[in-house]
Design a protein around this ligand. Structure first.
Ligand SMILES: [Zn+2]
Length: 69
């Protein structure tokens, strides 16, 4: 089982592990898209799994998504 995260834990994780800020204030589950503000000022959406496990911690301009083949 995955650990159940709270919005406060996510916020802390985001602050400690990225240059982005969490804008979302409620967390409903790991598949939920969370809103972030990148250090460059762009807003972007990621679910927690992508942010945390796949290290997608910036907007698509600062960190372009890898082409999936
Ligand atoms: Zn950016």
């Amino acid at each position: 089982m995955n650990k159940r995260w709270t919005i406060d834990e996510i916020k802390k994780f985001v602050e400690e592990n990225s240059t982005s800020k969490l804008l979302t204030t409620e967390y409903h589950g790991f598949s939920q898209k969370l809103q972030f503000r990148c250090a460059c000022g762009n807003n972007f959406e990621k679910n927690l799994t992508k942010f945390k496990n796949k290290h997608q911690r910036k907007c698509d301009e600062c960190q372009p998504p890898k082409a999936s083949r």
